[in-house]
Ligand binder design. Sequence first.
Ligand code: TMP
Length: 235
Amino acid sequence: MTRGLFISFEGIDGAGKSTHIARVAELFRQAGRAVVLTREPGGTPLSENLRELVLHEPMDALTEALLMFAARREHLVQVIEPALARGDVVLCDRFTDATFAYQGGGRGFDWQVLAQLERMVQQLPIHAAATAPDHQAPKACPAREGGCASLRQPDLTVWFDLDPLIAAERLASARVPDKFESQPADFFAAVRAGYARRQAEVPDRFARIEAAQSIEAVGADVSRLVTEWLKRPAA
Ligand code: TMP
């Protein structure tokens, strides 16, 4: 059976990733692959409810981080893991790197606490506790160099990197801003730095796209990146 593929798309608000995710989906469909298009926070009815809360209600930084990971856990259990097990291609508009960038970089929330939550939520194997009564809750990851060896992570993360000032101009004419979109440019500068830090930590899966280019040029870069990446022996 074809191996499932998990690709996430990241960037500050206004970086313009959505148009390109649809194009990548088309690329895979043309190659005969089943594609699951999804997003975070969200992707299941419960996670979409949590999305409404985190995007619109003021809250404590730890509460916000916990809700992001709660939505993610549900999304992993209900959507991502079953799709990967079927051999589908999962294209996810944001994943955990967004939590490190926004809550860690933007809000200044403790990076190590986020790493602990990441290990708890993404440790493999991932099963629904409700459908497996004797399921053990994920334990703290065994101490190993570099942390846990078996976390669910995207196979590839496409980071649309853009100067926050350009992103703000693009957003100015867009929809009514949510809690994050209405943050000032220095918040997004910190989010961008969070993404850069994350990329430096895992350069193998984290590819940067220059998002200040025209839509056509960005689209061409994304298609090239995905096509080249699929040719790698490990993919
Ligand atoms: P979207 O507008 O790209 O769908 O993303 C929703 C917002 O939620 C966006 O401003 C980024 C933010 N966010 C976080 O702060 N932390 C997270 O973990 C995720 C997934 C999104």
